[in-house]
Write a protein that binds this ligand. Structure first.
Ligand SMILES: Cc1cc2nc3c(=O)[nH]c(=O)nc-3n(C[C@H](O)[C@H](O)[C@H](O)COP(=O)(O)OP(=O)(O)OC[C@H]3O[C@@H](n4cnc5c(N)ncnc54)[C@H](O)[C@@H]3O)c2cc1C
Length: 447
């Protein structure tokens, strides 16, 4: 896995050496001119890395499976920012060199800057929202202007227009104009990146819609939590996935918006006929799921993610810590272990606010009865009368209930999923207790 990651990173960072090498070896190269060298290097890096963003945003599984979606998107966000800075450096160098602003350069750069800024404010947690006025702007746009997450994602597609303008600029005005090998590279690379984007936006959804699953049942677990059970089309098997992985689903009928949303598969791969998603109401999409009828087609794009014990060394004791609906990947893992490795040593802490929120406690109790080395502890935050563990999942509880009162020297792999604040605290406690970073894995319910 590590070797594959290094290989992809090396490819990502080294591909620009091809156009740079080609340009520097072209008959027109002015190698004694510093500004010229700066403009070539910054321009080639910006072009290749911006095209790479088209590839990354298409979330190719053959790359994603080595990093996980959250890492991939974080890398995409950082590298998009870096590439836009390179665009500006290139522009300044070119301006100083020639005194001209070439065709298409200005609108392409302006659109890229707009897209990156917009994403940093509205799409991702870039840290800008810590500024009071940015937070107010985000809240105002959401509440008063109806700027939903999906509209922001839609707007983000202006990066494709920017990419086309960038390609036209590069091909019409750079060394590509006069030197065929460079022209071939730029065309080839741009068409490759654009193909990933077009496949992701049009061909993959069309193919998956032709093999759409069907809603078999919608079961209320609590007033605001439901389990959707999906079955594949006749003569087709359920996708091959690991417990803890997730899917992007789009409901293709009924009164629910046709939006793609990520949800963990809460069933087990050991259950061959159906997959389930256990979903808590948060906004419009999740609130409307109760109205979805059996028989409704659903597009399922999966599997994604690396949050699974099956990605790591076998037989290691497992420490699972969930907060609220963060139980879904744990449920999938436990349901699988119950069938495939009932003797595995597993300790599970599930933090919720009130006892009524323990919606699958009967199933967990049945697992504990069947699996000799499985123990679970509900941790109730706001009920002093609860006979078991109360308060938050804190350092003391982790040490006492999972590490036998010792530090993290014990060999145990930890899996943490829940609200961001809870995950930050728990990961901090685990580190304080001496658990090595490499043994702590987490899944955020936001990309
Ligand atoms: C890997 C992963 C696994 C998840 N697993 C589960 C699960 O098992 N059960 C569960 O209840 N929830 C899960 N979620 C969260 C779930 O995706 C969001 O609660 C849901 O998309 C919210 O949609 P909404 O329109 O109802 O709410 P909104 O109020 O519109 O959105 C709330 C937040 O959800 C996120 N979000 C909204 N729409 C999307 C989208 N289309 N794509 C990505 N993020 C979006 C954004 O961060 C947004 O700020 C998971 C999220 C991720 C990333």
């Amino acid at each position: 896995m590590k070797a594959q990651r290094l290989l992809w990173l090396a490819l990502y960072f080294l591909i620009p050496t091809i156009p740079i090498g080609l340009i520097f070896s072209s008959p027109l190269a002015q190698l004694d001119n510093q500004l010229y060298r700066l403009s070539v290097v910054s321009g080639a890096l910006a072009f290749v890395w911006l095209v790479n963003q088209l590839v990354l945003s298409a979330r190719p599984k053959f790359i994603e499976q080595h990093f996980g979606m959250d890492r991939l998107y974080r890398f995409h966000a950082v590298m998009a920012g870096v590439s836009v800075v390179l665009v500006l450096v290139h522009r300044q160098a070119k301006l100083a060199l020639t005194g001209l602003t070439p065709t298409y350069a200005f609108p392409a750069a302006a659109l890229f800057i707009l897209a990156v800024l917009f994403a940093a404010i509205f799409l991702i947690d870039s840290g800008l929202r810590r500024l009071g006025f940015v937070r107010s702007l985000v809240n105002f746009s959401r509440e008063k202007l109806g700027l939903s997450f999906n509209r922001v994602v839609l707007f983000h597609n202006i990066t494709v227009v920017a990419s086309v303008l960038m390609a036209l600029h590069v091909i019409a005005t750079s060394a590509a104009l006069v030197y065929l090998p460079i022209r071939i590279f730029y065309w080839f690379y741009f068409v490759l990146g654009l193909s990933f984007y077009l496949y992701h936006k049009f061909i993959r959804p069309w193919r998956l819609a032709r093999k759409a699953y069907q809603i078999k049942s919608v079961t209320p677990e609590l007033e605001n939590i439901r389990t959707l059970k999906l079955i594949p089309p006749p003569n087709q098997e359920v996708i091959n996935y690991q417990p803890g992985q997730f899917a992007f689903i789009t409901i293709l009928g009924g009164d629910v918006a046709r939006e793609e949303h990520p949800f963990t598969i809460s069933s087990s791969p050991a259950e061959p006929d159906a997959i389930t998603f256990t979903i808590k109401e948060l906004g419009d999409f999740t609130a409307n799921l109760g109205a979805v009828e059996p028989g409704t087609p659903v597009r399922v794009d999966a599997p994604y993610g690396v949050f699974s014990y099956q990605q790591h060394a076998p037989d290691v004791p497992l420490g699972l810590i969930a907060g609220g609906i963060g139980i879904t990947p744990m449920l999938s893992m436990l349901r699988t272990l119950r069938v495939t490795e009932p003797d595995r040593q597993v300790t599970f802490l599930w933090g919720v606010n009130q006892p009524e929120e323990l919606f699958c406690q009967d199933e967990l109790a049945a697992m504990a009865a069947e699996m000799p080395n499985f123990v679970w502890h509900p941790v109730i935050a706001f009920d002093e009368t609860w006979p078991g563990e109360t308060g938050f999942v804190d350092r003391d509880k982790i040490a006492r209930l999972m590490l036998n009162g010792q530090g993290g020297q014990a060999e145990m792999d930890f899996y943490v999923c829940g609200p961001q604040v809870m995950m930050d605290l728990v990961i901090g406690h685990l580190s304080d207790l001496g658990v090595p970073v490499g043994q702590i894995r987490s899944e955020k319910f936001a990309l």
